[in-house]
Design a binder for this molecule. Structure first.
Ligand SMILES: Cc1cc2nc3c(=O)[nH]c(=O)nc-3n(C[C@H](O)[C@H](O)[C@H](O)COP(=O)(O)O)c2cc1C
Length: 229
């Protein structure tokens, strides 16, 4: 199967979120004998902003972005991979309680794909509906408290028609040996989640609960505020 990883961290390969993604990909590789995994660091790509011309929503360029069609930035090959993938993995650090601007800019350029969600009545073959794909969203932040993931969750629920799988955590960083146990426990559960995502596109209730438990333990017991830059 084809997996497309979009990393929205400006830290590219050094991204903390990508550390979580790597454990997730280990699980995918355990479950899928021939995974085709493509990782794109959006911070390395030349992606122009959506110009809000609405050509992609009208007869001018129905279902396609005019900038992408002109092939003047990196969006055309990215879009090909996005459309060809069976499963999408979005990785993003939390920035100002939301997804990173790198990922947001990419998503805005996929504007034609979101038309079926805004205007379901006008759905036709020209507009591909991305919410039919399996989507996993992996995000890390510095400090978690009640409601801190609400913005990212609301956006992803709408994009995926409530089908996306989530792993939202504080940074899995170990200062002491006790922390090491907590982060290893979390990352092992992430690997299990990756396995399930490869096999059926969603996490079981047992894995969801283990994730929640290990994320809560890390968040409560490891103070990452002054480490992991
Ligand atoms: C511009 C900016 C905004 C951030 N906003 C938040 C935030 O709102 N809440 C939070 O807990 N952490 C915030 N952080 C911290 C990152 O979410 C955190 O360090 C994350 O693990 C970085 O992941 P990365 O290494 O994959 O980029 C912010 C960091 C930056 C640089």
């Amino acid at each position: 199967m084809k997996y497309f990883v979009l990393n929205g961290s400006p830290r590219k390969e050094r991204s903390m979120t990508m550390n979580v993604v790597r454990s997730f990909l280990n699980g995918i590789e355990e479950a899928d004998p021939e995974p085709q995994i493509d990782i794109v660091h959006l911070a390395k790509c030349n992606i122009q902003h959506c110009r809000s011309c609405y050509a992609c929503w009208s007869h001018v360029c129905e279902g396609e972005c005019v900038i992408t069609k002109r092939n003047i930035d990196d969006m055309a090959p990215l879009m090909d991979k996005y459309l060809a993938a069976d499963k999408i993995i979005m990785a993003t650090p939390m920035h100002f309680f939301a997804i990173s601007s790198y990922l947001q800019k990419f998503l805005e350029r996929t504007f034609p794909l979101i038309k079926p969600i805004y205007i379901p009545a006008e759905q036709d073959d020209k507009y591909k509906d991305m919410s039919t794909k399996d989507i996993a969203v992996i995000s890390t932040c510095k400090v978690a408290f009640d409601g801190v993931w609400d913005c990212i969750d609301a956006q992803m629920q709408l994009i995926s028609r409530k089908r996306y799988q989530r792993i939202f955590s504080t940074q899995p960083l170990a200062v002491s040996n006790k922390d090491k146990e907590l982060t290893e426990n979390f990352l092992n559960t992430v690997t299990l989640a990756g396995k399930e995502f490869a096999l059926c596109g969603e996490f079981s209730e047992a894995v969801r609960q283990s994730l929640e438990k290990s994320i809560q333990a890390m968040g409560e017991q490891i103070d990452t505020r002054n480490i992991g830059f």
